[in-house]
Design a protein around this ligand. Structure first.
Ligand SMILES: [Zn+2]
Length: 221
């Protein structure tokens, strides 16, 4: 049975959301964005405190949300995690959860991009509040200015896409999330993807990594 248990990894603003949509449709697996899962429960008073300040939600809370989601039927043949794990603790929890199901992480796509580029991109990002579609007013503008290509809803600038919050998020990423690169390098399942190129070229690298590193009989002919 084919099973793509993928993780999309990289700093905020690396273009994970856009790549996730393509990966999910090309490999026919469900896209699980922690951001979306959190926003779905944003009215929870404990959660909203973290969201407003741009801090990370505590590990235990995130792990619980994600593990619950992974048990659903649509994850049986694979999934793409986007925004999780963000800490070594979360990665270890994920590994032991999958082990119980006789599964494991098949590949981690690490989208690598400079801080200057991230800053530029995040300030120009506009997102759809309805379907999560993500655009860049310069690099990847919507067909109709101000409206989502996928569902037609109005586009907004996320509250946490401002200079101070971006700096804070990058700082947290460097400290808590970047150590995961080494964690997955030791497991031999991580591919470094150059994120400074066009959307299509980023996906091409991801596809090549899967073709060259994941042996799934019959899948690539
Ligand atoms: Zn939309």
């Amino acid at each position: 049975m084919k099973q793509f248990n993928f993780i999309l990894f990289g700093p905020p603003g690396a273009g994970k959301g856009t790549q996730a949509k393509t990966i999910s449709s090309k490999f026919n697996i469900v896209h699980l964005s922690t951001g979306d899962m959190i926003r779905e429960t944003k009215d929870d008073p404990v959660l909203s405190k973290y969201l407003v300040s741009g801090q990370l939600v505590p590990d235990e809370v995130i792990v619980e949300i994600v593990m619950k989601r992974l048990q659903k039927e649509d994850c049986k043949e694979g999934f793409l995690l986007d925004g999780f794990p963000r800490t070594i603790f979360q990665a270890q929890e994920l590994d032991s959860f999958l082990k119980k199901l006789s599964r494991r992480v098949s590949a981690v796509f690490y989208i690598d991009i400079s801080q200057e580029e991230i800053m530029k991109r995040l300030l120009r990002r506009r997102v759809c509040s309805k379907c999560g579609g993500s655009f860049n007013i310069e690099l990847n503008p919507p067909k109709q200015e101000g409206f989502c290509d996928f569902c037609g809803e109005k586009l907004i600038q996320r509250k946490d896409d401002n200079i101070d919050t971006i700096k804070e998020r990058l700082c947290v990423y460097e400290k808590q999330t970047k150590p995961l690169i080494k964690y997955y390098e030791e497991k031999g399942c991580i591919g470094r993807i150059d994120g400074a190129v066009s959307v299509d070229k980023v996906f091409k690298q991801i596809e090549d990594f899967v073709k060259n590193n994941i042996k799934i009989e019959g899948y690539f002919g």
